[in-house]
Design a protein around this ligand. Structure first.
Ligand code: ATP
Length: 459
């Protein structure tokens, strides 16, 4: 592989290549196209990646995404000209983005510093809907080369990917590809469970213990065999090695990513004018008692000084719904998620991705008093008429109902998340909050090109 060389000529250029929307639900995967592109580029002389390929997940509430709203970025140093690079990328896109529904986008920025305008656009793409016109205008102003297929919507993601250099929290994913997409994926579940047990917390979301579900293997027609997520390149590689030998394995590549970081929820939602498809968080008071509706979905209203919005925890979120059902009127909470568009039947709804109880109200339960004579249970004789014992018939107007404090099922300041099987790619799992790390060191290593040995296995 073409990795760092110490006596490089100084005329090498730094390029950031963003690619998006090359796949559709009928097959393909932009990560696979990127894998193929890396394979080609690393064969060129005087070309080296200066970071692991980036797998950037954008706003997960964009309705026209195929699956996980992924944008792929390569950051490299090369003596190839921009035109040559552009031509290579274009031909790979033409070769693989063949679906009629792939509105592919390619953007190339040349330079070490990604312009502020691109960074700002990228920040917005994490939680709002960005316009294609705006993307084109920025690319023109900043001198990017770009190219699109069909509706060209992929240009939004391609530009947004370039602008997210994963400067704060990030994770890694090793994605393995299969030789033959018509061969069913088969993997021994007990080996995955063992790998998960032996590598956590350095890996995450490999296996959902509560629902006994393997999470590393997709089910669609795409070329992905499996994906293992973790905190370091070494962790995902070692976890992968525990699963070898693998049937139908073509190769693999390690990506640096914002998966599992919760980056899309850092935005504050404004309840006075919640915009459809926006992601973010908001504080408020529970203003209607949570209720279960058809399909097992749980709903309640949240209010703050800006306005009020219905919130939903859908059936696939599993036990999370029980936590939501345990909320009471008046509880002060922080919630996060995505705003679902209103329909003729429903207003806009906040689809919940987490709940944090900030201040729980005290909840009291009233019970009929005990008889002072025989300790039997008394029952009310009517409003202001006192109580009569069911056992001995003793009557009294001086006894009153007993009030007992109900123990709340929720804990203040604790994070409640949907079941693992319902996590989005960007959801930050509980174990990552516990395993918080500083990223600056890792980032510097990648920048110097000190890649883990065999971070890519080509076909
Ligand atoms: P996969 O996960 O399989 O790669 P996908 O879920 O990434 O697929 P795409 O087919 O890439 O789905 O479609 C997503 C489309 O949405 C792309 O065209 C992308 O440019 C666009 N897009 C992404 N984020 C935004 C945003 N914030 N605003 C507007 N468009 C966006």
């Amino acid at each position: 592989m073409n990795q760092p060389s110490s006596n490089r000529k100084s005329r090498s250029g730094i390029f950031h290549i963003g690619i998006d929307d090359t796949d559709s639900s009928d097959g393909m995967c932009t990560t696979f196209l990127t894998y193929k592109l890396v394979e080609i580029l690393l064969r060129k002389s005087m070309t080296r990646l200066i970071d692991y390929p980036n797998l950037i997940r954008l706003n997960p509430n964009i309705p026209w995404k195929t699956r996980g709203n992924a944008s792929l970025v390569l950051r490299l140093e090369t003596e190839l000209s921009r035109q040559t690079l552009f031509r290579i990328c274009k031909s790979v896109i033409h070769r693989y983005a063949t679906s009629e529904r792939a509105n592919a986008g390619l953007a190339i920025f040349e330079g070490a510093e990604v312009p502020d305008r691109v960074v700002e656009f990228s920040k917005g793409a994490m939680f709002t809907v960005q316009s294609l016109t705006e993307a084109r205008s920025i690319m023109e102003k900043e001198g990017l080369s770009y190219y699109g297929l069909r509706a060209k919507q992929g240009l939004v993601g391609a530009l947004a990917g370039i602008g997210n250099e994963l400067k704060s929290d990030y994770t890694f994913e090793l994605i393995a590809y299969r030789k033959n997409c018509s061969v069913r994926r088969t993997l021994d579940k007990s080996r995955i469970i063992g790998m998960d047990r032996d590598t956590r917390p350095l890996t995450f979301n490999c296996y959902d213990e509560e629902n006994d579900r393997v999470l590393i293997m997709p089910h669609g027609p795409d070329p992905v065999l499996l994906g293992i997520r973790g905190e370091t390149p070494r962790a995902v590689k070692e976890a992968f090695q525990m699963l070898l030998p693998l049937n139908n394995l073509l190769g693999y590549m390690i990506f640096r990513s914002n998966q599992g970081t919760g980056e899309h929820l850092q935005n504050e939602l404004d309840l006075s004018s919640p915009k459809a498809y926006t992601s973010g968080k908001v504080n408020g008071i529970v203003s209607s008692l949570p209720r279960v509706e058809k399909g097992g979905h749980v709903y309640f209203n949240l209010r703050n000084e800006q306005g009020e919005i219905p919130c939903a925890a859908y059936e696939p979120t599993g036990k999370f719904r029980m936590n939501v059902l345990s909320l009471y009127l008046g509880d002060e909470i922080e919630v996060a998620g995505g705003i679902r568009k209103n329909t003729p039947k429903h207003p806009k709804i906040l689809n919940l991705e987490y709940v944090i109880p900030l201040k729980l109200v005290s909840h009291w339960k009233e019970q009929n008093p005990k008889c002072p004579q025989c300790m039997g249970t008394m029952s009310s004789e009517g409003r202001n008429q006192g109580f009569q014992c069911k056992e001995c018939g003793f009557k009294s107007k001086s006894v009153s109902k007993l009030k007992t404090r109900v123990e709340r099922q929720l804990t203040e300041d604790r994070l409640y998340l949907p079941d693992l099987k319902a996590h989005r790619h960007l959801t930050k799992p509980l174990q990552r909050y516990i395993y918080e790390k500083s990223n600056s060191g890792n980032s510097a290593i990648a920048r110097r090109g000190e890649f883990l040995e065999n971070w890519i296995l080509t076909s």
